[in-house]
Structure formats: C-alpha cells, structure tokens
Design a protein around this ligand. Structure first.
Ligand code: GDP
Ligand code: MG
Ligand code: ZN
Length: 369
C-alpha cells in the first residue's frame, strides 16, 4: 500500500516536471483505462517517438488509426499522449499549438494546397530569436510576431550576438518600435548576465519554443541554459554572418532551471495557415488608424480620407512598415478567401450526396411491386 503511494507520488512528480496539470489530468481521466499512462513527446523520429517516462526516455510507435489523421492527431513535439504497450493510442487535446502553412506554400499559394503544419504543442512562451548581425531583419520579426499571435501564443524577442556590435542597445530600440509591449531581451553567448534575464520564462513545468532562422544562436542558447553542450551548433560562416542548418531533429529538453526548451530547426519560410487576427495585434497603430478611414473597406492605397496614408505622409508611420503590413494582409486575405471557397465546395458536395440519396430512394420506391 505504502509502496503504491510512493510510486504514484513519483509518477505525478515526474508528470508535473513536464508541465502536467489538471487540464490534461481531466482529459486523461475521461479517456484512459487500465494499463494506460500519459507521457510527453520529447522527440519525433521517422517511425517512432521519444517520450519522457520516469526520468527515462523510451521509444514508442503510433497506433495505425492515428496515422490517418496526419493533420490533426499526429503527435508533435510537446504533445501529451496516452501510451499502452509501447504504442501511442491517443493524443490528449492540445492547450495550444504553434503551426504554420506547410513548407513551400508561402509565395506559391496558387500552385500548392495550403496545409497546416503543427510544429509544436502546449507552449507557454515563444522565443523569436534573431541575431544582430548581417542577417538582422526587422520585417522578418514582424512576420514571426504575426505567426505567433495567429496561434494565440505569447512572444518574447531574443536578440543574440550582442557581442558583435558596438551599440547593441540601438537594436533593442529599433525592435521595440515595431513590437509593442513585447519583451525584448539582448543576450550574448559570451555574457552569462544577459542570459539570466531569460530564466524567468524557464520556471518549473513551463515550455518555451524557439523560432528563428538557422544560425541565429538557438542551439547555443539551449547549451548555455543547460550548462553544457547538448545540442550541436555550427561554426559561423564569416561571409554571410550566419551558420548553416544544424539542428536536424526537434527535441524538447528539460532544463536544470525547471522549464523545457524546444529547439526547432530553422524555418526558412514563415508561411501562414489562416487568419486569426494576428496582424491586428502585430500592427496595432495601423489598425487603430484604419478604423478612422473614411471608407470602412479602405485599402489604404489611394482612397481619400485615408488616415493610414495621412500618417504615412506626416512620417508617423514608416513606408517599410506599411508595406510589410500590406503584404501580409494580402496573403492572409488570400488564405481566408480560399478557405471560404473550400467551405462552399464542402457544402456543394454535401447537397450532391443528399440528392443522390433521394434519387436512390425514389428508384427503390419505383421498383416496388
Ligand atoms: N559572436 C557570437 N556568436 C554566436 C552567439 N550565439 C551563437 N553564436 C554562433 O552562431 C553560430 C550558430 O549558432 P547556433 O546555436 O548553431 O544557431 P542555430 O542554428 O540557431 O541553432 C555558431 O557558430 C555560434 O557559435 C553569440 O551570442 N555571439
Ligand atoms: Mg540549432
Ligand atoms: Zn485607409
């Protein structure tokens, strides 16, 4: 009896270490039966998944049934799953997910179907990591912010490689100008002081996902948090100021600080999946002005009485920022238009199905003696 209690305590302690809480417990209680236990996905390989289980790692496979739902039920890093006999038999409902349009869709929307690619699940904070080197790009940060807000997640901007610049604080100012209310942290791999400012995000049971191009220093951050080198990093190439693609498989790493970090591979194309209002959150000043344009469907390109163009002419909005907004707006409008069209198609199919059933019924009736 006592032994059993001890085992349960150990298990629940282990689960809370990985961020288990009443949300997952309730879902688990509803669907689980004997011989089933929950575990968190910490690594995704080709045909199997790595799970954390009582301080040990274990490779499991996926029940065939789940393979049919690649878009929705296919487990991703950070998911809580139910295991029985070394097989994942269910994925617990996600609190949230970091997802994007599948690779290759951005810029080629006419050629490829847009698919949701879930990158990671059950995340507390997303680090948008950017190096203040030749690769620094404020417009890319705006794109990442829109993506993160579209997923309903909390962004934090981490500027790395502060040691490469004489006045690194100027970058903080530049980023703060476009990222309203988003915490901006300046760090350098060589300075442990800056890194400690990120530790509050790493408290017990909390999960951080990192986004950022290859070479910005994500794996270096992971290694510094961990206290030793556990993720491979790449030697920087002097000519372009960035490293080559280094992280091959995603993994969720439990840190000594108590939290977890997901080191994602560099995402070259930040494609959107759908419009969930992330643009308004990223560009609040433009949305605010747009509400006061003379025409409610103003495109802010030529219309009289346009408050956005007015702000542009006085210099209170920068042209590059408006261009960035317009570009993403067009993309998102395209996606939602296509989603409406595909919903129409589903409705048509449904009516076609009903019509066929009625026809079949009538045929049957007519054949009756
Ligand atoms: N000077 C400098 N180099 C850094 C810093 N952080 C990372 N690097 C270098 O940038 C390169 C790419 O880093 P890595 O962590 O592999 O980037 P990742 O692709 O985002 O995981 C490596 O050569 C790192 O040593 C930093 O703060 N300062
Ligand atoms: Mg890396
Ligand atoms: Zn306008």
């Amino acid at each position: 009896m006592i032994k059993n209690n001890k085992k349960t305590n150990n298990t629940s302690q282990f689960l809370s270490m990985f961020g288990w809480d009443s949300y997952f417990q309730n879902h688990f209680d509803n669907i689980s039966s004997d011989n089933m236990f929950p575990a968190r996905i910490i690594g995704v390989h080709k045909n199997n998944f790595l799970i954390g289980r009582n301080n040990k790692e274990m490779l499991v496979t996926l029940a065939g049934r789940l393979n049919y739902h690649k878009d929705t039920l296919f487990p991703v890093i950070g998911d809580w799953v139910i295991i029985t006999d070394k097989v994942i038999c269910d994925v617990l409902p996600r609190k949230n997910a970091l997802s994007r349009g599948a690779a290759g869709t951005h810029g080629k929307q006419d050629l490829l179907p847009n698919k949701r690619q879930v990158i990671a699940a059950n995340i507390d904070t997303v680090f948008i990591v950017s190096g203040i080197d030749n690769d620094f790009n404020i417009r890319r940060i705006e794109r990442y912010l829109t993506l993160v807000y579209n997923c309903g997640l909390n962004p934090v901007i981490v500027l790395t490689k502060a040691d490469l610049h004489q006045d690194p604080e100027s970058y903080v100012g530049e980023v703060e100008e476009v990222a309203f209310g988003v915490p901006v942290h300046l760090v350098s791999a060589t300075d442990p002081y800056g890194l400690s400012s990120l530790e509050p995000y790493l408290s017990k049971g909390k999960t951080i996902a990192m986004l950022g191009s290859s070479g910005v220093g994500k794996s270096t951050l992971v290694n510094n948090f961990y206290g030793k080198s556990i993720q491979a990093t790449k030697v920087i190439s002097k000519s372009v100021g960035k490293g080559r693609h280094t992280t091959t498989s995603r993994s969720l790493i439990l840190m000594p600080q108590g939290g977890m970090v997901i080191d994602n591979p560099g995402i070259r194309e930040i494609g959107f999946y759908d419009d969930e209002g992330g643009l308004d959150v990223t560009f609040p000043e433009i949305e605010h002005l747009a509400k006061r344009c003379r025409f409610h469907d103003c495109s802010h390109t030529h219309e009289p009485g346009c408050q956005v163009l007015q702000a542009l002419s006085t210099g209170s909005i920068k042209k590059e920022r408006l261009d960035s907004y317009q570009k993403m707006k067009r993309e998102l409008a395209y996606l939602s238009d296509r989603q409406t069209k595909s919903a129409d198609r589903v409705e048509k199919e449904r009516w076609k199905g009903i019509a066929l059933k009625i026809k079949a019924m009538n045929n049957k009736k007519n054949k009756r003696p």
